[in-house]
Design a protein around this ligand. Structure first.
Ligand code: FES
Ligand code: FES
Length: 176
């Protein structure tokens, strides 16, 4: 093989498709390969890097975003599949009171170390608080089973979610 290039000098251009995504209430026109998954489209084409990518196999939950109001993995399906859906990333929750409360509780409870899992954890935690206002620690752990954290041992994350749930329950009681 000496002196010979084993690879062609010019690789054929991969097929590109146009995808329209609605993220955080804004329209994005994305041109990408058909196989580009939503997480890559968000990060590489929309500049929304709060969504992290870990396993790309639907296991770790780092890529969790909200699609039409429910948490969903962003690494498992082509961005094309999300046309016409409403996607929310952590960037879109800057003014969300519940996300603010969760961020503060995560800090207070030492619920993060490297922070890599945190965006996905916050998306799932937000869903838990909204959907399961009476969840106890065991139920929180069950709900967090799809989000992996290599650093914290989960204790602080569960405590943070419990703290926010307790505050919301107390506010509900006072409002009643
Ligand atoms: S990167 Fe999507 S689940 Fe791990
Ligand atoms: S804080 Fe490092 S992976 Fe969760």
């Amino acid at each position: 093989m000496s002196g010979e290039n084993a690879f062609p000098e010019v690789f054929p251009q991969a097929e590109q498709v146009d995808v329209r995504l609605t993220v955080n209430g804004r329209e994005y026109a994305v041109r990408c390969e058909p196989r580009t998954h939503l997480a890559d489209a968000l990060r590489e084409h929309c500049g929304l890097t709060a969504t992290h990518i870990g396993c790309e196999h639907g296991v770790c939950g780092a890529c969790t975003v909200e699609v039409d109001g429910a948490p969903q993995r962003a690494c498992l399906q082509s961005a094309l599949r999300f046309e016409g859906k409403s996607i929310t990333t952590l960037e879109g929750l800057e003014d969300d009171a519940l996300t603010d409360a969760l961020r503060a509780a995560f800090t207070a409870c030492h619920a993060l170390q490297c922070g890599y899992c945190t965006p996905g954890m916050l998306m799932t935690a937000r869903d838990i608080v909204r959907r399961l206002p009476d969840a106890d620690a065991a139920r929180i752990r069950e709900e967090l089973a799809g989000n992996l954290c290599r650093c914290t041992g989960y204790q602080g994350i569960v405590a943070a979610i419990e703290q926010v749930l307790a505050t919301y329950r107390s506010e509900r009681r006072h409002a009643a």
